[in-house]
Design a protein. Structure first.
Length: 612
């Protein structure tokens, strides 16, 4: 420690209280194998500010152990700490303890601070434990050892301590953790090669050798895998590439064991083909989970063309299409119809999930649960699916890397629910549907927004014609289209009712809109198709103030409304009203036209009048 270089602190002395921080909830853990994050009761909490991250990371790398304030200042500020370093350190500790930050259970204990959590609350400790367990099980139970190593490697979300790169102390630890990861990767490849999985590991080995051109154990494994699949010449070529790289870059030759392996391959040594525990490697399943297309799908030509265009070119990242629109506008029908048409472009599988973001039948589906299903769909045995969102997310991205997969994520609540489900490598396409505009996904992940408006009258008539045939003629059809406000769900309800009762004429169906309210005319006994019930699930997700504004909008007999009129109507400040109107537009209860006026379709107005 460089005490001679540190200013003398006399004013700000740490106040140590020998008390334990109260419980912060069900669980608290820290993630260091990637950017520094806290996980509070299952929710990820990012940390703002590099020095604050550094403080939490130091304590997280030493869970349950006191780290002195002098040592913390040395690590965080280096050779030239400011005179206020101790006071700033105390401020960072207080900030990290706050409920709205990370609720970190940091305890002041002479001569410094400790993170009052068990070792297993750190993903570093969890990975170390799994790697030790794999080493102990390797000889007697290689399959169990393989599963433990896969779980350990799935904990890495990125380079360890990724957002602290450039700080010497953290760079040293990041290098240590990267070496630990690569050792685990090598151990996993050794086990898989011993189990006869040389065909399935070959592509992974080729990719990782390219990233680590000087790492001899990986080259040895690649040479073995190539030789065992009958590619002797390629195995020898891999050795020659390594020898040339080592000579040109480092001025050395390959090690003796690698030279002996080259001779063994040249001689076709029988021992190289001996596999300790040969197994039959099952072919990885190809999921085909897309639901059936909606019968009589019509229109939406522009949107279908837009989706086709998104996957037509070469992309350096995963393509994400975010289809948004109001309740009942046909987002799922469009997504499924297009996915069915495009399925052959994704030979490695098509997966589908309803995220239940707005269906009103319970809470939105947990992304960790979805990932568990995805992993099993791609052949990962249930016992090998790791616990925890981050581990499943990492394993899923590893599983679908370099594959051409289509993911249809239906009825998403928000961007946070979708992000963990995204593949990490190019080639795959994700189609998301939501009543939310998913601006976070557009901004943060480069998703392509596709907003679905109400169909035109021509498209609405075409939808009815597909279901009703020749009966979809005459002025009564226009009355039905008006009564349904061109909403595809409402049109489907009417068409289904008329189709199920062949004696019911189109005119009689249209007359129902004159005898009662539109919402009553469109009522069904199924919450998934009852228009009022479907609209209500969007409304119930509003914040109270936004819901109050939405109800207030129908008090005036206006087709559209400005911010100024809405402010006058509610008595709120224009700035607050503008924010609330934007919130309503983001979840597609309102739409904004080119004149700065907000409007909605007639069925929403009818629903709002019922509420008011």
């Amino acid at each position: 420690m460089r005490c001679d270089k540190r200013p003398t602190f006399k004013i700000f002395e740490p106040v140590y209280k020998m008390v334990r921080i109260p419980s912060v909830g069900e669980s608290w853990s820290i993630k260091l194998l990637g950017p520094v994050e806290a996980v509070v009761d299952g929710q990820q909490r990012g940390v703002q500010g590099q020095r604050r991250k550094a403080l939490l990371a130091v304590l997280g790398l030493n869970p349950g152990q006191t780290v002195s304030t002098d040592r913390l200042i040395d690590i965080i500020w280096g050779d030239a700490p400011p005179a206020t370093a101790l006071n700033t350190l105390q401020s960072h500790v207080s900030s990290l303890r706050r409920p709205k930050v990370t609720r970190a259970p940091i305890v002041a204990r002479p001569p410094g601070y400790l993170l009052d959590v068990p070792a297993e609350a750190s993903d570093v400790a969890a990975a170390e434990g799994l790697i030790r367990g794999a080493a102990a099980a390797r000889a007697s139970d290689p399959t169990n050892a393989e599963a433990k190593l896969q779980q350990a490697l799935a904990l890495w979300r990125d380079t360890a301590l990724a957002d602290l790169a450039g700080l010497p102390w953290f760079d040293e630890h990041a290098s240590r953790l990267e070496e630990m990861r690569l050792d685990a990767v090598q151990s996993l490849f050794d086990i898989r090669l011993s189990l006869g999985e040389h065909e399935t590991v070959l592509a992974e080995l080729e990719a990782i050798v390219e990233k680590h051109p000087f790492r001899e154990p990986l080259h040895r494994q690649l040479m073995l895998a190539l030789y065992r699949v009958g590619r002797q010449a390629d195995a020898l070529a891999a050795y020659r590439r390594l020898r040339r790289t080592l000579s040109d870059e480092l001025g050395i030759d390959p090690s003796q064991p690698l030279r002996e392996l080259e001779l063994g391959i040249l001689r076709q040594d029988p021992e190289l083909t001996v596999v300790k525990a040969p197994v039959t490697v099952a072919r990885q399943p190809i999921p085909a989970q897309l639901p059936p297309s909606l019968p009589g799908f019509a229109g939406r030509d522009a949107e279908l063309a837009r989706l086709d265009a998104l996957i037509a070119g070469e992309h350096g990242s995963v393509v994400i299409a975010a289809i948004s629109g109001t309740a009942g506008v046909g987002k799922t029908a469009l997504a499924v119809h297009w996915a069915r048409l495009a399925a052959q472009r994704f030979p490695d599988g098509q997966v589908h999930v309803n995220l239940h973001g707005f269906d009103g039948f319970g809470s939105a589906t947990d992304p960790a649960e979805v990932l568990g299903g995805f992993l099993q769909a791609f052949g990962v045995r249930a016992e090998r699916v790791p616990a925890g969102l981050e581990a499943r997310e990492s394993l899923f991205r590893t599983t679908v890397a370099r594959k051409k997969v289509l993911l249809l994520l239906d009825n998403a609540r928000d961007a946070a629910q979708v992000r963990p489900l995204l593949p990490g490598s190019p080639g795959s396409v994700v189609v998301v549907t939501s009543r939310n505009q998913l601006q976070g996904l557009v901004i943060g992940q480069g998703a392509y927004p596709i907003h679905l408006d109400l169909p035109s009258r021509t498209e609405a008539r075409e939808m009815l014609a597909h279901r009703l045939g020749d009966r979809a003629q005459g002025p009564s059809i226009d009355d039905i289209i008006d009564g349904c406000a061109r909403l595809p769900l409402a049109l489907a309800v009417v068409a289904g009712r008329a189709a199920s009762d062949g004696k019911l004429s189109v005119a009689e169906v249209a007359a129902q809109f004159h005898r009662t309210t539109a919402l009553e005319a469109l009522a069904t006994d199924d919450p998934a198709t009852d228009v009022r019930a479907v609209l209500s699930t969007s409304y119930r997700n509003l914040e109270p103030e936004a819901a109050q504004l939405f109800r207030a909008l129908v008090r005036l007999p206006l087709r559209d409304i400005t911010v100024e009129v809405a402010a006058w109507l509610t008595g709120l400040e224009p700035g607050r009203v503008r924010s609330l109107l934007a919130d309503l537009a983001r979840v597609n209860l309102l739409a904004l036209d080119g004149r700065g006026r907000y409007f909605t379709h007639d069925l929403w107005r009818a629903y709002a009048r019922e509420l008011a």
